[in-house]
Design a protein around this ligand. Sequence first.
Ligand code: SF4
Ligand code: SF4
Ligand code: SF4
Length: 376
Amino acid sequence: MIKTDDASAEEVSTTITLTIDGREIETRDGATVLEAALASGIIIPTLCHDPDLRPYGACRLCVVEIEGMRGLVPSCTTLAREGMIIQTNTANVKKSRRITMELIVANHPADCLTCAKNQDCRLQHFASYLGVDQEHCDRLRKSTQVLPVDRRHPAFDFDPNKCILCAKCVRACHEVTCAAVIDLSYRGYDAKISTFGDKSWIEANCRSCGDCVDRCPTGALAPKNEMKGDRSVKTVCPYCGVGCSLYLGIRDNQIVNIKGDKKSPVNKGGLCVKGRFGFDFVKHPERLTRPLIRKKDVGRDVKIDRSNYRDFFREATWEEALELVADNLAACKEKEGPDSIGVLSSAKFTNEENYVVQKFARAVIGTNNIDHCARL
Ligand code: SF4
Ligand code: SF4
Ligand code: SF4
């Protein structure tokens, strides 16, 4: 008997037993047939299923035969029941999946080589698994409609021609991000993903979290400035104290993409706009990588801005810079008293680091002038 991962979880109180493709499988009560099959290593193709989202039953690729039920049923929306006998690979199932995939592929552009998701596309993956490509769809009338690509969002593009209407983006925006910026609009052949009033996503209050982009199984939603990396490095987002875990895609020693770590208990793969798209600063030519100290002969009246600051500052070591700051703080305290000094802490710090900063202000400097940038 196969025990699925789900069934071994501690919180599971009851389990049921069913048979899939002749194998007896134990799974948690409440799991769908698809979840039970996937957890026991049985492959069922699907384009709209996502373990983090509610079952939707849009793509119809996951159909199976269940003894006692008429016809084919979608496994993603069918609850597993005690004693069920399920077949996932009969001639009928294979024929249905193939026809469904042919209809999807016939209505999809055939430019995989120029698509940002090439080799990372679930549609491409399952079409190949089912042996379907554009040439196999010759007997079908192909789509002639070419819709404009929406490039108004600064971080990603939306190409409705590549959209298969799986609604993963919509469900992610409603169920995970809770922003409800996009939805399925229009009907039938005109159905598409859009914002209210078809405004640009930014105008529609999109939070730019990119969760919809990350979950899109095709190249319909694709990041603007990303490339494929040749290796990935696991790290923690430097922007705030939440500490989301992520993977940096690296190519030629440069960061070229970022993916949330789905196994992280902190963020479960989710990221905000800064963590997902804000990695340009790492290679920005004006990024400060060493401390700068104002040159001695530069008076306080000199106007310094981004264009000329390098003329008036010199690079220093961290030891020299920290010593200078410590000396100046001590001199200030001596001359004007501790309340002449204020300390501003940062949202980039962890709770523990912020605790240490307020301790430094109160116990070392002797002032209660302590605040935090997140309050401003
Ligand atoms: S980026 Fe985030 S907020 Fe904007 S549409 Fe996508 S999921 Fe919704
Ligand atoms: S944009 Fe992507 S995720 Fe959204 S419905 Fe289309 S294919 Fe699915
Ligand atoms: S900035 Fe965003 S992605 Fe980064 S740790 Fe904070 S919440 Fe997570």
